[in-house]
Design a binder for this molecule. Structure first.
Ligand SMILES: *Cc1c(COP(=O)(O)O)cnc(C)c1O
Length: 403
């Protein structure tokens, strides 16, 4: 086997489809975020329009100081897995903070949101007797891989459709352990799950509910606990999973729920047991960020205002975008080569950085640019972006959406 030739051939095929990915080489700067230094082609400075640090908490002086101060005091790494090295006190305090955020008895930290989904669902699916996992058809890869690894039976229900879930739950015998896995905000279309209805159906069939609030935490609800908090249904969801890497601006993932559930995952999930714990400094910074967004609405209010402003600008100019009730604005292109090309022109001619979203992240034919305006985008930044898109739509003769 000529391995080099094989690697090359598969990459060539990806390029021919227009799905080969090129990563920008950017350097963040706390003082000027979302303006960043560009080390790649194009202008030396560009504005980031696709960050998942939705509220700019990754540059918040209190959060940055907590990380710097804790690493000076405690060092950089955790020094091992929690099974071997024990808990750092910063892990314990962060878990208490997260349990309180979601109104649950306990929480458990993981290396990332991906790992928290993968490890928890694979553990539940593998260990609960006769487990069947009912998975929303648009669930994130981390849940899909966790379910696959569990080897439990999987039933896929129609996206955000509680009636379809009801029928599918009814078709499986009452003696099986049923787990319903879904997300609150789906990050590619920006649509939001009917959490109350889904939990109602799950309860009717005695199923455990598992909700990925990765794109909801920090962003929705009066204390930033997510969409379930906003909707007043946090207590109806058995397990809430979240990330510390997006709106909280740090790194890591977690699940929260009952004390017994967290103890169960802590004791049986390989993805928790056999990997080095988060650096204490990361845990300390995340805790400050969670605490801040529990009592501050300033970031969320300003961010919603900027989202509304960008939507209005797109609407006024007929730039086709998905209408949804969230903070994510997908501008639809529908072709991988055009999507890449438009993103390249935005970067080089307009200093606008937005990563094209192509297959396999979204289905072929629904390629898009995904904009996430934040509290630090100025009105002038938004107007500049709308002018850029407007000019591109004319130049490339792209179709417009009639209001
Ligand atoms: C990003 C993401 C994750 C993974 O979270 P990380 O902390 O980035 O690993 C999980 N679920 C969804 C829906 C995501 O978009």
């Amino acid at each position: 086997m000529d391995f080099e030739a094989e690697f090359g051939a598969q990459l060539e095929a990806l390029k021919a489809e227009g799905n080969y990915r090129i990563f920008a080489d950017l350097e963040r700067d706390c003082a000027s975020f979302p303006r960043v230094r560009n080390h790649g082609e194009g202008p030396a400075e560009v504005t980031v329009w696709c960050s998942n640090d939705y509220l700019g908490m990754g540059r918040h002086p209190k959060v940055v100081e907590a990380m710097a101060e804790t690493s000076r005091a405690c060092g950089t790494g955790a020094g091992g897995t929690r099974n071997i090295s024990g808990n750092a006190h910063h892990h314990v305090m962060l878990e208490r903070e997260l349990a309180d955020l979601h109104g649950k008895e306990d929480a458990l930290l993981f290396s990332s949101g991906y790992v928290s989904n993968w490890a928890t669902l694979s553990c539940l699916g593998a260990r609960l007797p006769g487990a069947v996992i009912f998975s929303d058809s648009l669930n994130h890869s981390s849940m899909i891989e966790g379910i696959r690894h569990s080897r439990a039976d999987k039933v896929i229900w129609r996206h955000n459709d509680p009636e379809d879930l009801d029928r599918k739950l009814a078709a499986v015998g009452p003696d099986r352990s049923k787990i319903v896995a879904f997300e609150s905000v789906y990050s590619m279309d920006g649509d939001i799950a009917p959490i109350a209805e889904i939990c109602e159906v799950a309860r009717k069939h005695g199923a455990l509910t598992y909700l990925d609030e990765v794109h909801g935490v920090g962003m929705y609800g009066p204390r930033g606990a997510g969409v379930a908090e906003r909707d007043g249904v946090m207590d109806r969801v058995d397990i809430i999973e979240g990330t510390l890497g997006k709106a909280f601006g740090c790194f890591g993932g977690y699940v929260s729920g009952s004390r017994a559930m967290c103890d169960f995952i802590r004791s049986f999930a390989s993805g928790f047991i056999f990997t080095t714990a988060l650096p204490p400094a990361v845990a300390a910074a995340a805790r400050v960020s969670v605490q801040h967004l529990k009592q501050s609405e300033t970031e969320r209010v300003r961010q919603r205002r900027q989202v509304a402003r960008l939507r209005a600008g797109l609407e006024a100019n007929g730039i086709p975008h998905l209408d949804n009730p969230s903070h994510i604005i997908p501008v639809m292109i529908g072709d991988p080569v055009k999507c890449r090309m438009i993103a390249d022109i935005l970067m080089t001619d307009w200093g606008v950085y937005v990563q094209p979203i192509n297959y396999p992240t979204v289905p072929k034919g629904t390629e898009r640019l995904r904009f996430t305006p934040g509290p630090f985008h100025s009105d002038a930044d938004i107007d500049h972006l709308v002018s850029a898109l407007n000019s591109l739509w004319s130049r490339c003769a792209l179709s417009r959406q009639v209001a």
